[in-house]
Design a protein around this ligand. Structure first.
Ligand code: PRP
Length: 217
């Protein structure tokens, strides 16, 4: 699948391993999310448009380049919030627009609860941020919202993806490039007995990315 980019960078693989570890506590978990996001952003921003410019160094005039397009970061609340600061360090001028969705535990369908996008799009490139691409419902709903808004090019950046989520996002939005740190095996099924994990979690995964970042698990 051409639109799927799964990092095989050694730093990403090392950090994802730490992120998955159930012993990793919230503070380190947040740092890892930030660091992995920076590494993924390097790839996801590879085709940003540039305008030639010149800059005066202490010695001479040098040819240079500056980013041409307005870039928007769209974290999906809550878990996507932890991916914002890393990219902001790379692209401090990026606009951040929040979309609030939570997944109904029974139906696994996304429920929208926050959206303050202005009437018209203000950005040409959007990076949708959410660490977990499980069924893909949240990602598809967010891209639907952004396309209605008139966002230009849209890319999805996640940390872990399930095959089910990748298939859902790529079939609904074949134009959206998907950047992941790892592609996992499958989603948990309907629980059969007490103690089974809830359905729709990525396996092997890392648990609940929102709870682990915000200490609410
Ligand atoms: C999780 C995750 C994604 C979504 C993924 O969020 O952060 O947003 O579920 O699932 P999907 O691909 O099946 O839609 P959750 O609803 O737990 O909310 P939270 O970020 O507030 O914890």
């Amino acid at each position: 699948m051409d639109q799927l980019h799964v990092s095989n960078h050694p730093l990403v693989r090392h950090k994802v391993t730490l992120l998955r570890d159930s012993q990793t506590e919230s503070r380190q978990f947040r740092e890892l999310v930030r660091e992995i996001t920076i590494l993924l952003a390097y790839e996801a921003t590879r085709d940003l448009a540039l305008t030639p410019t010149q800059v005066q160094t202490p010695l001479a005039l040098a040819e240079g380049a500056e980013l041409t397009e307005n870039i928007g970061l769209v974290p999906i609340l809550r878990a996507g919030l932890g991916m914002v600061n890393g990219i902001w360090e790379l692209i401090p001028q990026a606009e951040v627009w929040h979309i609030g969705l939570y997944r109904d535990e029974r139906t696994l369908k996304p429920v929208e609860y926050y959206n303050k996008l202005p009437e018209r799009s203000t950005v040409q490139v959007v990076l949708v941020l959410d660490p977990m691409l499980a069924t893909g419902g949240s990602a598809v709903a967010t891209v639907n919202i952004l396309k209605r808004w008139g966002a230009g090019r849209i890319k999805y950046m996640g940390i872990l993806g399930a095959p089910e989520g990748v298939a859902a996002l790529s079939s609904a939005h074949p134009d959206v490039e998907i950047y992941l740190a790892a592609l996992d095996k499958h989603l948990t099924p309907e629980p059969q007995q007490p103690g089974d994990p809830p359905k729709g979690f990525i396996v092997p995964g890392l648990g609940d990315a929102g709870d682990r970042q915000f200490g609410t698990g």
